[in-house]
Design a protein around this ligand. Structure first.
Ligand SMILES: [Ca+2]
Length: 319
């Protein structure tokens, strides 16, 4: 009897072991594992790239590959060609399904760049007064009547004329969206300005990058020309108005156009006046932290006045 009972227990143990073993075998057949590659490594807006899901694994056959590109596009296939129309950062998601109906997904962040040479903004005020609507007035201090579009002979054509009084703070802005900058690329902001010395005090502002109009947090360095204090200021907004240099001394130069350009890469800036480099330095805030910027022109001084023409405001992506 004792041996029969022992034998029965042994059989039971064997059966249980077999059952657990079979269960274990099922656990050894996991669902699929999604993985994919994107090529080429650098992707530009509007240009074809390839998504390849063949790195995905599964103990059962993978029967479907579904792609979500992050802009609303959805594609199907192990290997697909795609394009994204606009620069930016996208989350690309691959979902795979195996023959047992098990799913897995993989996500990759993908940066889409703009080609060098892309023109983000080119404002020449050619359409006259209509342009005023594109350059929105900050009504905090100034009134709309403090600016107008004038026609200037000698090549400039229409230009924006700001002539606010001493008690004003005339700011006009235009929002732009900048693409992510690939290593080696730069964003170049430029503006032609002509000041008029028909009064004792005048000032002008060219502030290429504000995240919020009313706040300097996260903004890019800007250029303020004023005769108060005897010159011009490059200001690093994160230190709120602390001027870091006076690249141009106060020397009224009237009825003559000058081109002011800021060049930004991911962590530094350079100011050029008439294509001559006047100043450069590091950026406190990495350039790519925001893609939406407002370009400000006008003045930011309540003690002086603005009497200047602005024209040919351009933003380009350069190398
Ligand atoms: Ca013009």
């Amino acid at each position: 009897m004792a041996s029969k009972q022992t034998h029965f227990v042994a059989v039971l143990v064997t059966l249980v072991s077999l059952f657990l073993g079979l269960s274990g075998c099922e656990l050894m057949q996991p669902g699929p594992s999604a993985d994919f590659t994107i090529s080429p490594v650098i992707v530009y807006a509007g240009e074809t790239f390839e998504l390849n899901g063949s790195l995905s694994l599964g103990s059962a056959a993978i029967v479907s590959y579904t792609w979500e590109l992050g802009d609303g596009q959805s594609l199907v296939g192990q290997q697909v060609n795609a394009a994204l129309s606009f620069p930016g950062t996208y989350s690309v998601v691959l979902t795979v399904e195996d023959a047992n109906g098990n799913l897995d997904l993989a996500t990759q962040q993908m940066v889409v760049y703009a080609r060098t040479g892309t023109v983000i903004l080119d404002e020449d005020f050619a359409d006259g007064e209509l342009a005023l609507a594109r350059w929105v007035l900050d009504p905090t201090w100034a009134s709309a009547g403090d600016a107008q579009i004038d026609f200037i002979r000698g090549g400039a054509g229409n230009a924006l004329y700001i002539h606010s009084a001493a008690s004003r703070w005339h700011r006009r802005y235009h929002a732009i969206e900048l693409p992510p900058l690939r290593v080696g690329q730069k964003a170049v902001f430029s503006c032609r300005i002509m000041t008029l010395r028909n009064q004792d005090f005048h000032t002008f502002l060219f502030a290429p990058g504000r995240v919020e109009l009313g706040s300097l947090v996260g903004a890019l360095p800007y250029f303020l020309f004023t005769n108060e204090g005897g010159g011009s200021y490059i200001q690093i907004p994160s230190t709120l108005g602390t001027d870091i240099g006076h690249p141009v001394g106060y020397k009224p130069d009237v009825y003559r156009w000058h081109t002011y350009s800021f060049v930004f890469d991911q962590d530094s800036f350079e100011l050029l006046i008439d294509d001559v480099s006047w100043m450069e330095g590091p950026l406190d805030v990495p350039f790519s932290d925001s893609s939406i910027w407002s370009i400000l022109i006008g003045e930011e001084s309540l003690t002086e006045t603005c009497n200047a023409y602005f024209d040919d405001i351009r933003v380009t992506i350069e190398e």
